[in-house]
Design a protein around this ligand. Structure first.
Ligand code: KIV
Length: 299
């Protein structure tokens, strides 16, 4: 790529105004210019400061990571949702640190530009800040990721401090935290009404401790807006309305690969499940009929 082809970097007046359908009160926001090299934490911070938005998608394997990376998705999340989107578990709880490292390596090797973040899986960080540092070191050293994401509120501020002290960037995950689904009584919106302040307090405590970003899952849009106003770091939402700096979706939800009922916050941008079924069915028919392989596929 020549320098003339390089997209304009963040922060050099390259942002252009475009209608932003999700913006609160019909406001428009400038679109986020793609940085020429690796997306870094400071680019996400610039997005917050300049009022632009960025996108995060989960990725667990090489090809999905490549496609999203080439598309310009700024952040790839190797989510512990690999447990229920790749490994067939009912919840995120069973996935192990070793399994997370395997998925992380695949995504990190494929991603040329995106910031790659991996989840600290259940059981790999709760015991002590030292346990969190040891697990995160493995994710960065063996999984080759650039940052970790950790579920938990203000109680985990000391853990965030320990990670930051060790040079490990931390994305905080608050609101509905799937690893605590049994404690929270299932998939439920968090931070409604008076509980909103608790979510804001969690965000402030974690950002003060050094988290570079606060992700909120399944909180009312007003709560997410209050969090976004209370912290100077970027925020990311999933089921948190349009007022956050970034948005994230599980890629199989976004692309319509997962069947069954979808959460209210999911938008399907494709129907990969049908496309894949049609391809597999055509292949099956051709194998059965002897049409495949044809002469052009034969040595
Ligand atoms: O693991 C995951 O996919 C996540 C997203 C839901 C944010 O944590």
């Amino acid at each position: 790529m020549t320098s003339a082809e390089l997209p304009a970097p963040y922060g050099e007046g390259a942002a252009s105004s475009s209608p932003s359908p999700g913006a609160p009160n019909g406001q428009t926001r400038p679109s986020t210019p793609t940085p020429p090299g690796r997306v870094r934490i400071h680019h996400l911070q610039q997005a917050k400061e300049q009022g632009t938005r960025f996108a995060m998608l989960t990725a667990y394997d090489q090809y999905a990571a490549q496609v999203f990376d080439e598309t310009g998705i700024e952040v790839l999340l190797v989510g512990d949702s690999a447990a229920n989107n790749v490994l067939g578990h009912a919840t995120t709880l069973p996935i192990t640190l070793d399994e997370m490292i395997l998925f992380s390596r695949a995504v990190s090797r494929a991603a040329r530009r995106a910031l790659v973040v991996a989840d600290l899986p259940f059981g790999s960080y709760e015991v002590s800040p030292q346990q969190a540092v040891e697990s995160s070191v493995r994710l960065l050293k063996e999984g080759l990721v650039h940052a970790v994401k950790m579920e938990g509120g203000a109680d985990y501020a000391d853990t965030v401090r320990a990670l930051v002290r060790a040079g490990i960037p931390v994305m905080a995950h608050i609101g509905f935290t799937p690893q605590s689904e049994h404690a929270l009584g299932g998939y439920r919106v968090q931070g409604r009404g008076e509980a909103s302040q608790r979510v804001v307090d969690d965000a402030v405590a974690l950002a003060d401790a050094g988290a570079f970003c606060v992700l909120m899952e399944m909180v009312p849009a007003e709560t997410a807006l209050a969090v976004d106003a209370a912290v100077s770091v970027p925020t990311i939402g999933i089921g948190a309305g349009p007022g956050t700096t970034g948005q994230v979706l599980v890629w199989q939800d976004m692309a319509g690969l997962r069947g069954g009922r979808q959460a209210k916050f999911v938008k399907q941008y494709a129907d990969l499940r049908t496309a894949l079924a049609e391809a597999a069915s055509a292949y099956l028919d051709e194998v059965r009929s002897g049409t495949f392989p044809g002469p052009e596929h034969t040595f």
